[in-house]
Unconditional design. Structure first.
Length: 277
């Protein structure tokens, strides 16, 4: 496996090969969710490249940029054991050598849900993803469904800016108790970890109701939020939206997604589940 830290060196290496390339952008602290995306990259392309970059542009002033887990040596070892071909782990100065004045103007979808609570998130994501695509020129890029809104925005970005890359989505990987794998799970203490799967439980309860043709969306959202609040969560949202566009659904919409975000102690968790009715 090759490891690169400089854009120039990575580009030279990639230009010397005729292999198709699948790119998995990450912020590191690699877990089985990331590795499942690497597997998809390998299934769809000759070579898999994982980028590891904790992107300062997508963190707000009071978020966890400084404390975000950085485990590069362990990440490289895991990726090599799981068949990754290339790791690109640039410094901040390599990606942002100057003040980043050029950014992407994002659609309305970016201001809802996660965008409402983390205003700088999607501008930062769109900027760094555009840079990574320009650096790597991948044939395919793989993103997980756990970050459902991010995935939707990246698909729009690629389509509307005519980027020559195919976006493939990977299913959310979970622990045995249903908790979606996330690098931020390590922030949870023992007691919090025991109750963390509750977010997934209430989301799946809504899914079951939707599958029984219940269309009282507002009541379901409210009750889910109340359940979590009574159990000590600080709830940002639990909502039902259309898969296409993340809009409020009508009774005629058949492809839905239930999304939730809530804090447990100091740890903010997100989750979602698709529903077909």
């Amino acid at each position: 496996m090759k490891v690169f830290k400089k854009i120039f060196d990575l580009r030279n290496y990639l230009h010397s090969s005729s292999n198709t390339v699948g790119c998995v952008p990450t912020m590191g602290n690699i877990h089985d969710g990331h590795l499942s995306l690497v597997k998809l990259a390998k299934e769809n392309c000759d070579s898999a490249i994982t980028t590891i970059f904790v992107n300062p542009m997508q963190f707000g002033p009071n978020e966890d940029f400084s404390g975000y887990p950085r485990t590069l040596d362990q990440d490289i070892e895991k990726l090599e054991k799981n068949g990754c071909d290339i790791v690109f782990c640039p410094s901040i100065d390599e990606i942002y050598p100057n003040n980043q004045e050029v950014t992407i103007a994002l659609p309305k979808i970016s201001r809802r849900l996660e965008g409402r609570f983390r205003p700088s998130l999607f501008s930062g994501v769109a900027t760094v993803v555009t840079k990574l695509f320009n650096i790597v020129s991948p044939d395919v890029a793989i993103f997980g469904k756990k970050d459902y809104q991010q995935l939707a925005i990246i698909k729009m970005l690629v389509k509307q800016l005519c980027m020559n890359v195919k976006i493939i989505s990977g299913e959310t990987i979970r622990d045995e108790d249903g908790l979606a794998l996330s690098s931020r799970n390590r922030y949870l203490d023992k007691a919090e970890r025991e109750i963390a799967p509750q977010l997934n439980v209430v989301i799946r309860e809504i899914k079951e109701s939707l599958e029984k043709k219940d269309t009282n969306y507002v009541a379901m959202e409210y009750e889910a939020g109340q359940i979590l609040s009574r159990k000590g969560w600080d709830v940002d949202y639990v909502v039902i939206r259309t898969q296409n566009g993340l809009l409020r659904p009508s009774e005629n919409d058949k492809e839905l997604v239930v999304l939730g975000a809530a804090k447990l102690g100091q740890t903010r968790l997100i989750d979602n589940v698709e529903v077909f009715v």
